[in-house]
Design a protein around this ligand. Structure first.
Ligand SMILES: [Zn+2]
Length: 264
């Protein structure tokens, strides 16, 4: 089985970044990952140029939505702009021909009922025109996160299953987040498959921090605390394209790709 392995790269020229890493899979942000300003395409040829050039180069593009998006929260002043930002990024990602838009599961506040967060996810799916797959990613931290623990991921899926547009919702499994969030990697792929029926993308990352620490600090393969065999098994069993969100540039990423390939 050949698994595509790529990396999260700078958004200015993702195709040059792909070429520098000898890969055909790249993920990047469109604009500021921490701001509400809305997506921007930094590529010199613009959105349509990026789409055409990526197609010609045979490179698969994935867009990571801003971290600040939280469609689950009960706080209107965050949820409403989050939905707007999600649609804007969906539109922009579709325009560049991306294979998927990755968004974090979000969270509700400490005293809030998680069921309300699940239902907010349902409303967000129904309110968003999903032009390409929306991949919900598990997160590492938080007490009341929507996609840190398996029971919460199950709650989100229970809520969104009946939503209009559900067939365009997929899952992005991050190995650092699973480890640091407290999901045993040995059972992660099987359990996620039971819940969601699909894993569309793997974020392959080692973790600087301990199991269930709740900390989100990625490390290069072999430099963190994740058991190498378990990390490799997740990649192998998921059978989905892989994006390494590990530290460094092209050289470090190519070393991570090689580390993974040797063990697959
Ligand atoms: Zn990730």
């Amino acid at each position: 089985m050949t698994i595509s392995i790529g990396a999260h790269v700078d958004q200015t020229d993702p195709l040059a970044e792909a070429a520098a890493r000898h890969t055909t899979v790249v993920q990047f942000f469109l604009g500021d990952p921490q701001g509400y300003k809305g997506p921007e395409v930094a590529y010199a040829g613009g959105a349509d140029g990026l789409r055409a050039d990526a197609e010609a180069a045979g490179v698969d593009l994935y867009v990571h939505a801003p971290y600040i998006i939280n469609v689950a929260t009960l706080n209107n002043r965050i949820r409403i702009p989050s939905r707007k930002l999600l649609q804007q990024h969906m539109d922009a990602a579709a325009q560049i021909g991306a294979k998927g838009l990755i968004v974090h599961g979000g969270h509700v506040n400490k005293s809030d009922d998680p069921e309300k967060g699940f239902d907010n996810w349902r409303k967000a799916i129904e309110a968003t025109d999903l032009k390409i797959p929306l991949l919900i990613e598990n997160t590492a931290g938080g007490d009341n996160a929507m996609a840190r623990h398996l029971d919460r991921i199950e709650g989100v899926w229970r809520a969104i299953r009946a939503a209009d547009g559900f067939e365009q919702v997929g899952f992005c499994l991050d190995t650092c987040h699973a480890w640091a969030g407290g999901i045993p990697l040995k059972e992660a792929v099987e359990r996620v498959h039971e819940i969601t029926g699909r894993i569309d993308l793997v974020h392959a990352n080692d973790s600087r921090d301990a199991f269930d620490s709740g900390a989100d600090r990625h490390a290069n393969f072999g430099a963190g605390q994740v058991d190498p065999d378990e990390l490799v098994a997740v990649v192998r069993d998921a059978g989905a394209p892989v994006v390494c969100e590990t530290p460094g540039g092209a050289a470090e990423h190519e070393a991570d790709f090689a580390w993974l390939r040797e063990r697959l």
